[in-house]
Design a protein around this ligand. Structure first.
Ligand SMILES: Cc1ncc(COP(=O)(O)O)c(C=O)c1O
Length: 242
């Protein structure tokens, strides 16, 4: 896709290697034929309701449209939330290995990163998480299902992470962009369904970009347990989406 030299054969595998669903193609073609490419209503309720409907049908996760803030994409949402939650000079923890921009983007917001390693079985190394919390991280980016391991974190592990982060009043930014892609036999537990601690200190982030190959359409969602908590509103204002 123009990101490697012409004589390099790129062998990465991503959602872009799959065809766009016929339903999506037809809807987009109809939009173009109507010439409907101007400004839209910012974050219409129907869009937020569509996410709520999908979450219930596909993920068994009941949420209300008022809990949803629309963002341009998951990465920008994480970056703006970093800025709002941690401020300049703060530090963010994330589990590594990770989606590569997690390493680059915090520096753009003037933030340090504290990597938290994975144990041999792919679980979050709780001793490393404890060390990061002791070191004063202001937020922890949890990627569940994890990229690149593909591991779906079990409920007990999520509860332990929520408890530890809440005890330090550290926000968890739960990147759940791959949740609709879990294989049968695995059970994804949405972060806001884990416990009172996860709801109090959690912001779930998602988008149709991975499961439906729609990254270029730039629409993502931040979901909080209570309607539009301050951090999301400020981050969405920073990214000029309401
Ligand atoms: C774990 C993870 N989070 C976020 C993203 C980026 O999502 P978006 O395009 O909505 O910024 C990706 C893209 O591959 C990803 O793998």
């Amino acid at each position: 896709m123009g990101t490697v030299e012409p004589d390099v054969l790129s062998l990465t595998v991503a959602e872009m290697d799959f065809p766009v669903l016929a339903e999506v193609r037809h809807a987009l073609t109809a939009t173009i034929e109507r010439g409907d490419l101007g400004y839209g209503v910012p974050a219409p309720r129907s869009l937020r309701e569509a996410l709520a409907g999908f979450a219930e049908r596909r993920l068994g996760w009941r949420l209300d449209a008022d809990q949803v803030t629309v963002m341009p994409d998951v990465m920008l949402a994480i970056l703006e939330l970093y800025r709002v939650i941690a401020g300049s000079g703060g530090a963010i923890g994330f589990a590594t290995p990770a989606y590569p921009p997690f390493f680059r983007e915090p520096a753009l917001a003037g933030l340090d990163t504290v990597p938290v390693g994975l144990a041999a079985d792919g679980s979050i190394d709780m001793r490393e998480l404890d060390a990061a919390l002791q070191a004063g991280i202001r937020a922890f980016v949890l990627c569940n299902p994890h990229n690149p391991t593909g591991r779906v974190l079990p409920r007990a592990e999520l509860e332990a992470i929520a408890e530890r982060c809440a005890a330090h009043e550290v926000w968890v930014l739960a990147d759940e962009v791959h949740a609709p892609l879990v294989l049968s036999g695995a059970a994804h537990v949405p972060w806001l369904e884990v416990s009172d601690a996860s709801r109090q200190w959690g912001i779930a982030l998602t988008s149709a970009s991975k499961a439906f190959n729609l990254a270029a359409l730039k629409t993502a969602f931040a979901v909080t347990a209570e309607p539009r908590r301050g951090a999301c509103s400020s981050a969405s204002a920073n990214s000029m989406i309401t």
